[in-house]
Design a protein around this ligand. Structure first.
Ligand SMILES: Cc1ncc(COP(=O)(O)O)c(C=O)c1O
Length: 331
């Protein structure tokens, strides 16, 4: 949920028309966002999904292929948008923990001289990796995978929906992570607490093409400064506090791992996401029972549940959450 300061800024933001590129609040946000990602330019998009779709469209042509982790958001949760909208086929690669090795990258690239196979144009990495527990790629591993992709002539898109969580977990600047990619999308919503919005960043030409795609998708928004105003506060005030979410997630995960009937792999709890398995009942029942008691989480598989810590959840809330879980398990 947006902070009171965000809500206030949304009310008073100076506005223009971002479709004409003259919304002053949006322009201020885009300048800051591009700087934070170390890219030349940026465009405001309504969602991470649209940002990724545009990332695919900008980096691959119709009839070409894009490599992605089999558990990536782009492959798993974006309604086959790459195929349906861009005419791009995704080649899924199964990874150990969301981290693709240079060998896996090279192996997934099609031979250029075989006319039976599509041309591999691009690859997308996800950092932090949602379905792999919110892990942050070790920077060396991301650089190695990205270098391998570039050496094969691929374009690299980074789904950095939670790039600032990765940066905080690794103790590096977000631009060091973004430097591994040609284009990057990050979300102002999610942990940064904005009500709506993501930002697509890349070179000037990439962003021009992104804006063309955004228009095609109906994502050009007019006085979007009302949202960008919250985004400015997110980048200014909400990044450093992500460390609190990580600490809360850790406490939550440790508590869950001690409960009979639950299994939580603590090595995967590196940021603000806590995935765990429920052994004694279906995950959906566990999540429903928690919801009835005011604890919101989601079943992500037959046995798997995801909790997320974020702005508005403090250490006392974590203790209440643990009590509720105990109650549900013992009912
Ligand atoms: C890794 C990742 N990428 C992209 C998205 C899509 O973001 P949005 O919900 O804003 O479309 C999500 C959403 O959960 C995500 O977890």
């Amino acid at each position: 949920m947006p902070s009171p300061e965000m809500r206030q800024a949304m009310v008073t933001a100076p506005l223009g028309d971002d479709v004409f590129g003259d919304d002053p609040t949006t322009n201020k946000l885009l300048e800051l966002a591009a700087r934070k990602m170390g890219k030349a330019a940026a465009a405001f998009v309504p969602s991470g999904t649209m940002g990724n779709l545009i990332g695919i469209a900008v980096n691959a042509q119709r009839g070409q292929e894009l490599i992605a982790d089999a558990d990536s958001h782009a492959f798993f949760y974006e309604t086959a948008g790459a195929a349906a909208v861009c005419g791009v086929q995704i080649r899924p690669v199964h990874t150990e923990a969301g981290v693709m090795t240079p060998g896996q990258v090279v192996e997934a690239v099609r031979p250029r001289d075989d006319p039976h196979e599509p041309i591999t144009a691009a690859i997308t990495f996800e950092d932090t990796h949602n379905r792999h527990g919110g892990i942050a790629w070790p920077l060396d591993a991301l650089r190695a995978a990205s270098d391998a992709a570039h050496a094969q002539g691929l374009r690299v898109h980074l789904d950095g929906a939670r790039i600032f969580n990765a940066a905080i977990a690794l103790g590096v600047d977000a631009s060091e992570i973004a430097a591994c990619a040609d284009t990057v999308t990050f979300c102002l919503s999610k942990g940064l607490a904005c009500p709506i919005g993501s930002v697509f960043c890349g070179s000037g030409d990439d962003v021009l093409e992104a804006i063309r795609w955004r228009k095609r998708l109906g994502g050009g928004m007019r006085q979007v400064g009302v949202l960008a105003a919250a985004g400015l506060i997110a980048l200014d005030k909400m990044v450093d506090r992500l460390a609190e979410d990580h600490a809360n997630a850790r406490t939550l995960a440790e508590g869950l791992s001690e409960m009979d009937g639950l299994r939580c792999d603590l090595s995967r709890v590196q940021t603000n996401l806590v995935y765990f398995d429920v052994e004694s009942m279906p995950a959906s029942k566990f999540a429903d029972e928690c919801t009835k008691r005011g604890l919101l989480g989601g079943a992500t598989g037959a046995r798997s549940v995801r909790f997320v810590t974020h702005y508005g959840i403090d250490a006392a809330d974590v203790q209440s959450a643990l009590k509720i879980c105990e109650e549900v398990l013992s009912d």
